[in-house]
Design a protein around this ligand. Structure first.
Ligand SMILES: Cc1cc2nc3c(=O)[nH]c(=O)nc-3n(C[C@H](O)[C@H](O)[C@H](O)COP(=O)(O)OP(=O)(O)OC[C@H]3O[C@@H](n4cnc5c(N)ncnc54)[C@H](O)[C@@H]3O)c2cc1C
Length: 470
């Protein structure tokens, strides 16, 4: 069996003529924007400035019926649509060249039932939308670290956030979904109805249909939580990372931590005397009582002589947008990742060396602490697959000058190639700009292919990390 999570692109025929476009617009509840229409140029770009495709049509959906109509239109006209949630995918799969974008970004409504501990969010909602609706009730669904990202792409690909070790991945907390499949039908996927489809949506990406509504399980979180954020000089990185690793091994599930190796930007709130210094930062959230968090996270602030320390209790909502400013729309981005199976001295030295070699001062080398609740969920429980790795290495290249594209992309690839021997060979698809082979003939791969054949036999949804139906 041959299959891959290949990021496919440019699969649409060039151009869609006007009369065909008009057929989609008639009876459509939202707006259908044709290239050149007022508002088109503002809506068309995606977050990553490296992605320069322009679609011909953008179907700005306002309901599941609009989505169904757009999907049928795509199938009837042999178009392979791009599906857009928050438009933050690193591979730029929310757009396509000369084709149709099914845009869910107008569908951002969120409703919350605090008694039941459930939230329902439209397929175009962002984490900011969801968190703003749930936090007034002291509740949250596990999301990501940046509030501008879409709930859709992040959840369908897994979802690593500050609650992953306490409450699991975002996809683990997806309890039901409304889905428009490739034939335009609207399905509910839950444990009771079409449970195979729910299994596939929990980590299988946008392969099986367009999700118009996500239902999440919510958990008591905040509104205030302890956040530890300490920057150390890169030169003391070995001691800091060894201490961090020891701390992580004994940490309770309430603790979720990430290492960020970067360069101090020349801006507030960083003191001027440390601007442009290379750092190793430990960012950690405690998902429990603030005072417990203050005590339990305090060793992370004493692993060396800090450059600066911003550790403090803070509203969960604020923590959810702490890093938003580091990822402006339109900057150039190329990220890759690897699940690490070890974190010994050799790996630590390699991580620090990579950090010192970054071609762009905007880039970071990150290590995500995994395990806890997300790690205990069996590999076959969701399409996300194996969760056994203790850490995830993220190599995030971020830069502004197009002339630097090749240098940054090549460096990111070489960095991951160098670290491959310390990994289990897998990467996190939500941080992946390129094709990634799936483990051939595994039970997971066979189940994914079976589902794809059932819900999208002609591979209409291929503008993604693609599961082929055969
Ligand atoms: C700044 C930034 C920070 C990030 N931080 C994290 C993080 O902390 N944790 C983490 O796990 N990931 C993180 N990511 C990665 C993120 O999970 C992916 O980029 C994800 O694809 C973004 O989702 P989106 O809806 O914004 O993407 P889009 O680009 O809109 O969509 C990506 C793909 O998802 C599918 N899709 C989108 N919407 C739908 C839908 N409604 N129905 C069906 N399929 C759909 C399509 O295949 C589409 O091509 C981050 C990304 C960025 C850019």
């Amino acid at each position: 069996m041959v299959s891959s999570t290949e990021v496919t692109g440019q699969t649409t025929p060039s151009g869609i003529d006007d009369s065909v476009a008009r057929a989609l617009a008639s009876g459509f509840g939202g707006d259908v924007l044709h290239r050149g229409d007022a508002g088109f140029a503002e809506v068309a770009p995606v977050w990553n400035g490296m992605i320069e495709h322009t679609p011909t049509l953008i179907a700005r959906c306002s309901s599941a019926q609009d989505v169904s109509r757009a999907v049928r239109f795509a199938a009837d006209n042999n178009l392979y649509p791009a599906v857009r949630g928050g438009a933050h995918n690193i591979a730029g799969t929310a757009t396509c060249r000369d084709g149709l974008v099914i845009d869910l970004s107008p569908m951002r409504e969120v409703t919350v039932d605090p008694q039941q501990g459930r939230a329902w969010a439209g397929g175009g909602a962002t984490w900011a939308d969801l968190d703003r609706a749930t936090q007034p009730h002291g509740l949250a669904a596990p999301g990501g670290l940046v509030s501008k990202t879409g709930i859709a792409g992040l959840t369908l690909g897994g979802g690593l956030g500050w609650l992953r070790r306490k409450h699991g991945l975002s996809c683990d907390n997806l309890v039901a979904a409304e889905v428009v499949t490739a034939d335009g039908q609207i399905f509910t996927a839950s444990e009771k109805e079409n449970s195979d489809l729910l299994w596939g949506l929990r980590g299988g990406g946008g392969n099986f249909g367009v999700v118009t509504k996500f239902e999440y399980a919510l958990h008591p979180v905040g509104p205030e939580v302890m956040f530890s954020f300490t920057l150390y000089p890169l030169e003391s990185g070995r001691q800091v990372l060894q201490g961090w690793h020891e701390f992580c091994q004994a940490a309770p599930d309430e603790v979720t931590s990430i290492v960020l190796c970067g360069t101090v930007p020349e801006e507030e709130p960083f003191p001027p005397d440390i601007h442009r210094r290379q750092f190793v930062a430990l960012a950690t959230m405690y998902a429990g009582p603030v005072e417990d968090g203050r005590r339990i996270l305090s060793p992370l602030q004493a692993l060396g002589e800090p450059l600066c320390d911003f550790s403090s209790p803070a509203p969960y909502l604020e923590i959810q947008s702490n890093f938003d400013g580091d990822y402006p729309d339109g900057r150039r981005y190329y990220w890759k990742s690897l699940y690490l199976k070890q974190f010994d001295e050799t790996v630590i030295d390699q991580v620090l060396q990579l950090a010192a070699e970054r071609p762009s001062s905007l880039s970071t080398v990150d290590v995500w602490q995994l395990g806890g609740t997300m790690g205990r969920i069996p590999a076959d429980a969701t399409a996300f697959g194996d969760r056994g790795a203790p850490y995830l290495l993220g190599v995030e290249s971020n830069w502004d000058d197009p002339a630097e594209d090749t240098r940054n992309r090549d460096w990111t690839r070489a960095a991951c190639a160098r670290m491959e021997r310390f990994s289990n060979g897998n990467s996190y698809l939500n941080f992946e700009p390129d094709s990634v082979p799936v483990e051939q003939d595994s039970a997971r791969e066979q189940r994914l292919c079976r589902l794809k054949r059932l819900y999208d036999p002609d591979n209409l949804f291929r503008q993604n990390h693609n599961i082929r139906p055969v």
